[in-house]
Write a protein that binds this ligand. Structure first.
Ligand code: ADP
Length: 319
């Protein structure tokens, strides 16, 4: 193996730049040439490749987003798109690829691997933390810290006015962000996609807190009742309660990565280079209980990673 490529794809996540930097530095140390693919799968199809070096990857470790850019690429969903991408990879003499993204990125990488036999190692880059085979994903720690800081500010106004607030956090399919942020911000109720949200229980919590007091309800965007606005409307229709809604949205994706995300991104970058050199392919490198793991890409989305039961129990003990 002489030349490898790295790209970021799907939702951007803080820590991706630390990851890119590590791939370039460790690749160079192992005698490899490292190419950056600009703009995820769209860039792969269009042949947007550039050589990475120490200068290109200097002064990026503290930056959010991804210097390699990212995309959602419709064309890659079809065999013709993947064929065009494989052609470009072969034309550029790429012997192995590191794909940093979420489950969509991995589905694409798995298909590319099966159809065109290009060695690919995935690395978990998503704020959602919803990939099986790793305790944490790159970007998650920054996202929960950013969300908690924002909620602390909302709490000040909620407290001053004695208001009920529904605050929506990201997490399309999983309640990791909502659970950790809910516990960290001392929320009175946490609604996540993994559990059935009982509106009557929620109402009783609001009553117990006192109608003239601050009440914070954290809602994971993937909650089966449909997010913070829906939950607020339901409470209003059924019980006549007035509430404010705050949707944190993309603020959770941005910003300088935390130490944890910089270290995780760097560690998995180094491990991904070594995995390719050791002949691993169609796998994701992760970190479980402090050890590097290699799990098949398919496992990362077929096995649903549960929010740890101790965390769910803790959240109900703390209200
Ligand atoms: P994430 O990787 O953050 O989950 P997406 O779900 O948007 O983000 O996926 C990123 C890209 O991966 C998509 O835009 C598409 O190009 C590719 N992709 C997603 N799902 C598949 C699939 N089933 N087959 C092939 N490519 C896919």
């Amino acid at each position: 193996m002489k030349r490898i490529a790295v790209f970021t794809s799907g939702g951007d996540a803080p820590g991706m730049n630390a990851h890119i930097r590590a791939v370039e530095r460790v690749g160079e140390k192992r005698g490899l040439e490292v190419i950056g693919i600009i703009g995820g799968y769209s860039g792969m199809i269009a042949g947007h490749f550039e050589v990475l070096d120490r200068i290109r990857t200097a002064n990026i470790i503290d930056r959010g987003g991804t210097v390699l850019k990212t995309s959602r690429c419709e064309e890659f969903l079809y065999p013709q798109g993947r064929e065009a991408a494989a052609r470009e990879l072969k034309a550029h003499g790429i012997d192995g690829v590191i794909a940093c993204g979420g489950d969509g990125t991995f589905r694409g990488a798995h298909a590319l691997c099966l159809e065109h036999h290009i060695p690919i190692v995935g690395t978990p880059g998503t704020i959602d933390n919803d990939l099986s085979g790793t305790d944490y994903t790159i970007g998650y720690d920054t996202a929960v810290n950013t969300a908690t800081e924002a909620i602390d500010k909302i709490r000040d106004t909620a407290d001053s006015h004695g208001r009920l607030f529904f605050i929506e956090v990201m997490g399309r399919h999983a309640g990791f962000i909502a659970m950790d942020v809910g516990i960290a911000s001392g929320a009175e109720f946490i609604a996540v996609p993994e559990t059935i949200t009982d509106v009557e229980v929620l109402y009783q919590r609001v009553l117990a807190q006192g109608l003239d007091k601050r009440t914070i309800v954290i809602v994971g965007e993937g909650d089966e009742l449909g997010g913070a606005t829906m939950l607020s409307n339901l409470i209003n229709e059924r019980y006549g309660l007035e509430a404010r809604v705050a949707i944190l949205g993309h603020i959770q994706r941005g910003g300088s990565p935390t130490v944890r995300d910089r270290v995780l991104g760097s560690r998995l970058g180094a491990a991904a280079v070594d995995a390719l050199l050791e002949g691993h392919t169609d796998v994701m490198v992760g970190d479980m209980a402090g050890a590097i793991t290699h799990v098949s890409l398919e496992q990362t989305w077929t096995f649903r990673k549960p929010v740890p039961p101790v965390i769910v129990e803790l959240s109900s003990l703390l209200v």
